[in-house]
Design a protein around this ligand. Structure first.
Ligand SMILES: [Zn+2]
Length: 158
């Protein structure tokens, strides 16, 4: 019982930097994501599992702070045995507060054309017009989350 009260004291809500609107439910930090691999029990003809699936979980009521980093894509396109192109791309990923969709307040109603059946990599805009994060809720994303930008939001004990 006592530990429950202490936990409550640590919880905070994310606010918009521009208008101070509350953007999430109460959250407490986690250091690391719960990550594991699911492996099929079916074996293919070469003796390997049919499929493996990387499962990432961030429990409701928690957030993960991520540092900014650069994602590198190295595309090579081939046609048959002919090498036809090479493209190296760098994506700068901002520092975020990663929050489950279940803890995100005011999730906009899905508009067609922005993903397969829900938003994917789509701006989350505060009612004041500030872009506060990115929504990743689509059906194929097993970890449905909002990536709030650390430069656009802050925590307040409220
Ligand atoms: Zn705002």
């Amino acid at each position: 019982m006592f530990s429950l009260i202490r936990l409550k004291d640590l919880t905070m809500k994310l606010h918009c930097n521009k208008c101070n609107k509350v953007l999430t439910k109460d959250l407490y930090p986690v250091k690391k994501l719960n990550e594991y691999t699911e492996t099929s029990e079916e074996i293919d003809e070469e003796g390997f599992p049919d499929w493996t699936n990387n499962v990432v979980e961030l429990f409701a009521g928690t957030y993960l702070a991520t540092k900014k980093y650069t994602r590198v894509f190295d595309y090579v396109s081939e046609e048959g045995f002919t090498w036809i192109g090479h493209r190296l791309q760098f994506y700068k990923e901002p520092a975020t507060f990663c929050v489950s969709i279940a803890d995100t307040l005011d999730v906009p109603k899905f508009k067609e054309g922005w993903g397969c059946c829900d938003y994917h990599d789509t701006d989350l805009v505060c009612s004041c017009g500030s872009i506060v994060g990115t929504m990743n809720y689509d059906c194929w994303i097993d970890f449905k989350r909002t990536d709030f930008y650390q430069t656009k939001t802050h925590f307040e004990n409220s």
